[in-house]
Structure formats: structure tokens, C-alpha cells
Design a protein around this ligand. Sequence first.
Ligand SMILES: C[S@@+](CC[C@H](N)C(=O)[O-])C[C@H]1O[C@@H](n2cnc3c(N)ncnc32)[C@H](O)[C@@H]1O
Length: 276
Amino acid sequence: MDRTVRTVDDVFELLDGLFASRDGRWATGDGAGYWDRFYADRSKPVPFFVAKPDEGLAGHIDRGLIRPGRALDLGCGPGRNALFLASRGFEVDAVDLSPTALAWAGDRAREVGVEVRLLCGDAFRLAGTELTGPYDLVVDSGCFHHLPPHRRVSYLALLDRVLAPGGHLALTCFATGAMGSELSDADLYREGRLQGGLAYSAESLRGIFSDLTEVELRRMNDEPAGSALFGEAFLWTALFRREARVAQAGEGDGSHPSAAATRAAIASRRSSSATG
Ligand SMILES: C[S@@+](CC[C@H](N)C(=O)[O-])C[C@H]1O[C@@H](n2cnc3c(N)ncnc32)[C@H](O)[C@@H]1O
């Protein structure tokens, strides 16, 4: 008999374990191995294998809703959004469980001549060590909907830790009625499977990200094959903003710089490396 639960982390590990043995997509099972096998054949007709950015993300930039700064691509896969952001002047960290996906992202980066910092591992374990932030933008296209319910808590904690005040979360995930499992959270634990990903309603996303301000939440455009952008109608595209806190008396030690401050720091690093 084992009575090992003592801390909240122990509870999370116990809950992870309920999915680990039967759902390889989740990190603590054979997550990396599952995704490595998934990415092994680059010619597979998988919609998101195309080297095109999300239409939502491209639109946010074109409309000036987000501006270049430090970005984190969470569950970047072969890096299509990370590379796009780098080509638009962002300084990009991109993390994924799968070494095979990251090798592909690295090949793509070399082909197009952009720089992205690729990090291999479980984003939640790397938060606070490799993923220090602060980031002006966190992009997640297709990672969030593969997490078990309790890991939403870790996800929100990660955002809390790394997203700069004034920074944005650009999220793409399965939409109810179109793609993903509609089992309740409790039933997912009873089944012990994540069913290939979870469907989210607009209201559930609003509830989960209620500490952030909704900038946009809509169904993704279905982009035609010839489009330069990726878009599938079974997905949500959402943009949330973390409001900049009003500084209290005695605050302002610079330990959590605002989005504007990190943008200024990047601009100054760029100009000194251009001149030096
Ligand atoms: C559906 S794929 C999307 C890939 C990429 N964002 C895209 O749209 O092309 C989901 C990705 O999330 C990654 N992933 C899942 N859980 C993760 C975790 N805890 N930490 C880091 N990456 C994770 C998987 O390895 C996989 O590459």
C-alpha cells in the first residue's frame, strides 16, 4: 500500500498518472515518444504540418493588436507559428515535448534564415527555469486542448509567472460541436483517456481565462489550400490580454517589466548588436 500524497504536487502527479498509462499524448506517460512517432513522417497529410502561421495570429499582428517583443510558443511542434513570429521581429522561445518536432522546427528555421530558441521538455517543468519570461506574447496552437483538466491550473500558473503585464495569450483550440471530446472533466478521469483532445465552448474558455481580458474570441476561418495562412473551422482562435497592474506606492522595482519595457529592451539590444 502506498500513501504518498502529501503536497499539491503529489496530487497533480497522482492525477497525471490516471492518464499516463492509457494516453500517450500526455507528458508524464510516453508523451514525448507519442509525439515523436506522430512527427516521424513529415509528409503525412496532417493539417498543421503545413509551414503556415495561424490566420488568427497573423491577423492580430496585421491589425496592430500585438506588436513585436518576447514571445513563447507553447507546444510549438514543427514551429510554424514560432518561425512566423521570428520573421516579424519577435524574439522567440519555443518549447515542445518532442525532440523530433524540434529537429523539424530547427530545419525549417535554417531554411528560412530566422532564429528561434528551441527548448525540449514539459513546459510546466521548464517554467521558472528555462522559461523565465517575461513574455509579451504566449502563443498556443493546439497544446492546451491536449492537457488533462487539472493541468489547466498549471497552465494558468505558468501564464501568471511568465506573461508580462500588458502581454497577450494567443490561443487556438478545439471547439465544441466541431472537434474534440465533450466528456465532462469528471468523466475524463473516470475513463482515464483524453480522447484525442478536449472540446471547449466559448463560455468555458471565458471562464478559464477570466483573469485575462478577452480581446477576440471567434471560430477560425477555414483557409483554402492556396492560402498563405493556416485556418480550420473546427478551431477557436482567441486573444486574451493580461492587464498591466497599476503600480502601488513603493512598487516599481522592475522585477516584472511591462510589455512596453521588454519591447524597448529588445529594440536597444538590436540596435547595439547592429552597431557593435
Ligand atoms: C497538436 S500539436 C500542435 C503543434 C504546433 N503548435 C502547431 O500548431 O503546429 C500539440 C503539441 O503540443 C506539445 N505538447 C503537449 N503537451 C506539452 C507539454 N506539457 N509541454 C510541451 N509541449 C507539449 C506536443 O508535443 C505537440 O507537439
